[in-house]
Design a protein around this ligand. Structure first.
Ligand code: PHE
Length: 471
């Protein structure tokens, strides 16, 4: 087999995987989902899902990848379950779909960095015209894709890992500085209260489904991103502790992003949290105005700093999203990495055109893509643009992928094979308590709970039936 490359050590893997996990999902999406889902009530559900359902799936994905040292499709074939390679194919399709719209939003963040750096505080009020300006956002999206492609083409240790080693620590330092700063603003406490005191009456089928989707999306699960990254992990490394680090980093950064965002929001609404801008606008429309009040110099510094942070977070995620189809093409069609990267990047970019055009530029892609029943967990309410539509489809595919992976591991591949792979790098695994938890997860809890919740999500988003309000 050709040399596929690999992470240089455990830390390299953890940083790259945490880089995949931490992204727009944590800093851009998590706060507005929280805002819509009842503040802390949503946070509780989200945390529960991350540790209870997502953690065993994460360990399983990494184990399948490391065992086979292949991409998600090749992995199921190599294990001898040709019929199950549909999980891998579905994962690669989900990756392509997610990257196609994710890159558009990453381009907005990147564009905002330049706007802030040049002191354009008006951009918040002009968010609508900005995203409808295809030449501008198209250019930023191309730039972002090129950056992503460049990193992925440099290979696993020389590209993906190196970028994560640089960007992740920078991101953590930047976000901590911003939290410290935002907590000093007037009305910060009102924002925190909203964030940290639960309103359980806001829980319904849509918010529950939203929290679950957010957990899978945020941890990059259900599409084989971690099968792919796992395929570059050494047999000496402990998968369980790596997965624990990745989960804690991701959840921790989402939580900290909330600590940063809600005081900023509360400051900008003078403590009236119900005036909060919904959906995409929470960051892009609200924050430039907040930064403006800091005065020209400080405003430019903090504003540019913030959107650079958001771009860094997005970049380590787009890298992992691109790596999944690239690994597939390299492994299965024996195409050189650099050529595979160019090919996949172009295909994904073209796939993303409707998402790029559907924000005001082209009426057709802006207005015709509502879900059949607009019971929508995002704060935008009834969104009808192509990007929101396809994002929701992709989220749901991840849940399906997670369900299929847990059924596969727990009932097809079987526990003892999973146990054996995890034992490499974790000598006492077979007698440990965590083994019981992981096995219980993949055999019973994940298949059962994910199935039930998937039904709830499908009913509420695609059929307009909210199971919770039926009783
Ligand atoms: N986890 C990333 C985020 O939160 C998005 C992502 C999803 C990346 C799936 C890879 C795979 O932004």
């Amino acid at each position: 087999m050709a040399n596929r490359g690999g992470f240089s050590n455990k830390l390299g893997f953890i940083l790259a995987a945490a880089g995949s996990a931490v992204g727009l999902g944590n800093i851009w999406k998590f706060p507005f989902e929280v805002g819509n889902g009842g503040g802390a009530a949503f946070v509780f559900m989200y945390l529960g899902f991350c540790f209870l359902l997502c953690f065993p799936v994460m360990v399983t994905e990494i184990a399948i990848g490391r065992k086979t040292q292949l991409n998600p499709v090749g992995a199921f074939k190599a294990l001898g379950y040709n019929n199950w390679k549909f999980i891998g194919l579905l994962g690669i399709a989900s990756g392509v779909i997610i990257l196609s719209f994710y890159n558009v939003i990453a381009g907005w963040a990147f564009g905002y960095f330049f706007e802030m750096a040049t002191g354009n505080f008006e951009i918040g009020k002009n968010f609508g015209p900005f995203v409808a300006n295809v030449t501008k956002v198209g250019l930023y999206a191309i730039l972002f894709m090129v950056l992503t492609a460049f990193i992925v083409s440099r290979g696993v240790s020389g590209g993906i890992e190196k970028a994560a080693r640089l960007l992740m620590p920078a991101l953590i330092i930047m976000i901590l500085c911003l939290v410290g700063y935002s907590l000093t603003l007037p009305n910060a406490m009102t924002g925190l209260k909203f964030y940290l005191f639960p309103n359980f009456s806001a829980i319904n089928g849509a918010t529950l489904g939203g929290a679950l989707r957010q957990a899978f999306f945020s941890l990059s699960l259900g599409m084989g991103a971690l099968i792919t990254y796992g395929s570059y992990v050494s047999k000496k490394d402990n998968i369980v502790s790596s997965a624990a680090f990745i989960t804690l980093t991701d959840v921790g950064i989402a939580f900290i992003a909330g600590l940063m965002m809600f005081p900023l929001v509360s400051y900008s609404t003078q403590g009236n949290m119900s005036d909060m801008e919904g959906g995409a606008g929470l960051i892009f429309a609200t924050l430039p105005g907040v930064f403006e009040t800091l005065g020209p110099l400080l405003g430019i510094i903090v504003g540019a700093f913030f959107f650079l942070l958001l771009s860094f977070a997005a970049l380590t995620s787009t890298v992992s999203l691109l790596e999944v189809p690239v690994a597939y093409v390299v492994d299965e069609f024996k195409i050189r990495r650099s050529n595979a990267v160019i090919l996949v990047a172009i295909v994904v970019f073209l796939f993303g055109l409707p998402s790029l055009l559907g924000n005001g530029a082209v009426d057709f892609f802006t207005n015709n893509f509502a879900l059949p029943f607009g019971s929508d967990s995002s704060a935008t309410g009834y969104s009808s643009d192509f990007l929101s539509f396809v994002a929701k489809i992709a989220d749901t595919l991840l849940l399906f992928g997670g369900l299929a992976i847990s059924i596969f591991a727990g009932h097809v591949w079987k526990k003892h094979n999973l146990d054996e792979e995890i034992s490499f790098g974790f000598e006492n695994y077979k007698t440990s308590l965590v083994r019981k938890l992981i096995n219980l997860g993949v055999t019973i809890i994940c298949p059962l709970v994910l199935f039930l919740l998937l039904v709830v999500v499908l009913l509420s988003n695609f059929a307009g039936i909210d199971v919770f309000t039926m009783f």
